[in-house]
Write a protein that binds this ligand. Sequence first.
Ligand SMILES: NC(=O)C1=CN([C@@H]2O[C@H](COP(=O)(O)OP(=O)(O)OC[C@H]3O[C@@H](n4cnc5c(N)ncnc54)[C@H](OP(=O)(O)O)[C@@H]3O)[C@@H](O)[C@H]2O)C=CC1
Ligand SMILES: O=C(O)CCC(=O)C(=O)O
Length: 422
Amino acid sequence: MADNNDTTDTESTLSNARRQLERAAANVDIDSGVVERLKHPTRVQQVSVPLRRDDGTLEVYTGFRAQHDDVRGPYKGGLRYHPEVSAEECSGLSMWMTWKCAVMDLPFGGGKGGIAVDPKTLSEQERERLTRRFAEEIRAAIGPKKDVPAPDMGTDSQTMAWFMDAYSMQEGETTPGVVTGKPPSIGGSYGREEAPGRSVAIVAREAIDYYDWDIEETTIAVQGFGSVGANAARLLDEWGANIVAVSDVDGAIYDPDGLDTNDVESHDERPGMVSGYDAPETLTNAELLELDIDVLVPAAVSNAITVENVDDVRAEMIVEGANGPITFAADTVLEERDVPVLPDILANAGGVTVSYFEWLQDINRRTWPLDRVHDELEAEMLKAWNAVRAEVDERDLTWRDAAYVVALSRIGEAKETRGLWP
Ligand SMILES: NC(=O)C1=CN([C@@H]2O[C@H](COP(=O)(O)OP(=O)(O)OC[C@H]3O[C@@H](n4cnc5c(N)ncnc54)[C@H](OP(=O)(O)O)[C@@H]3O)[C@@H](O)[C@H]2O)C=CC1
Ligand SMILES: O=C(O)CCC(=O)C(=O)O
C-alpha cells in the first residue's frame, strides 16, 4: 500500500484519504488512537475470480472488498468494475464511505470493493458470470447486517440483481437486503439510480444560494455523463442553470448558450454518445476542466484535478460528484485561491442515503413511492448541509474540513461510547 509520506502529486486514493483525515482531525476533539486506527481499514479481502469467456477460454480477474470501519453499523459501499481497481484504491474509497455515512448520520460504516476489469470488454453473459462468481468468493464477508454492497463505477442495478440472486441461492432464501441499488422489481428503491446526481444538484443549489448567486445565471460544466454526472446535470438544467459542457471518456461537448441535457444520451442509455453528440463545439476532458465557468462538477474519476492542472482551473466553485476527484495538494491550492470545494462525502452522499432507504424497505418488505424517496432525500441532504454549513460559519473551515468535523465527531463519540479499547 502507498506510503502516506509520499509528497508527489501522483496521489494514491489511500494517501489522499489519509492526508485529508490527518488535516481534519486537528479540528476535532477526538482520541489520537482513534485517528490512528481510522487511517487503516479493518480488513481487505482479495479474491481470484475465474471467468469462462464466451469463446471458451478462461481468464482470472482479481476482486477486492475493503471494510474500513463499522462502529456505527454494517459496512456500506459500492462495487466498482474498472481496470485500476486495487486493494489500495478500495481501502481509500472505503474510508470515504465511513465519513460519508457519518456526515449523513446513517447507521452504517464504510466499505468498498470491485474487480480489476474493464467491463466494456465483456459481453452481458460474461459480466453476469463474473458477478455471480465474485458474489460467491466474497460471500462470507458480506450480508444484510454485516456489509452491504451497492453500484459504483462500471456496475449498475442489473449487476446488483445478479449479485443478490447468487447470494440468495447459497443462503437458501431470498435476501434482498444483501445489496442496494437493485431494480425495484426485486426490492430496489425507486430513485436510487438518480440519487447521487440528485444530491450533487441539491448541494450545488444550496451552495449557489449560500454565495448569493442566481442559479439562472450560473454556468456549469460536468465531467463524466454517467450515473452521477448525467443526473446532476439534468436536474440543475431543470432548475434553470446553464449546463455549458458535459463529457464522457472520449471527450466533451460544449455550447456556451447551454446544452439540452435531456437530449444527450448518458453512459447507461447509450455508452459513447456524449462525444458523438452534434454540439456546436467539442473539447477534450482537459479543456473542460479549464473552462471559465461558475461551477465545475468533476463526476467521473479520482485525481482529475492535480497540481499539474489546478492552476488552469478557472471555475469559481467545485462540487465533487466523483469520489476523490481532487488531490490533496491541488485542494490546498484551491483553498489558497478561495475557491469553495463542496466535498464528495457530502455532495454525492444521496446514493448511500437512498441505499439506506432501500435497506429499510427490504427489512420491512415495503415499497416507498418515488415522491417519498425524493422528499426524504431532500430532508436528509438539508440536515447534513446545515450541520456542515454551521461548522463553516462558526469556525471558518473549508467545506471539506467542516464535513470531516461533523463525521469524525460522530465516529469518535461512537468509539468512545462503545469503549472498544479497554
Ligand atoms: N454510482 C453511484 O451510486 C455513485 C458513484 N459515485 C462516484 O461517482 C463517480 C462516477 O460514477 P458513476 O457515475 O457511477 O459511473 P458511470 O460508470 O455510470 O459513469 C462514469 C462516466 O465517466 C466517464 N469517464 C470515465 N472515465 C473518464 C475519464 N478518464 N475522463 C472523463 N470521463 C470519464 C464515463 O464515460 P464513458 O461513458 O465513455 O465510459 C461515464 O460517462 C465515481 O467516482 C464513483 O465512485 C459516488 C457516489 C455514488
Ligand atoms: O449506495 C451505497 O451503498 C454506496 C454508494 C457508493 O459507493 C458511494 O457513495 O461512493
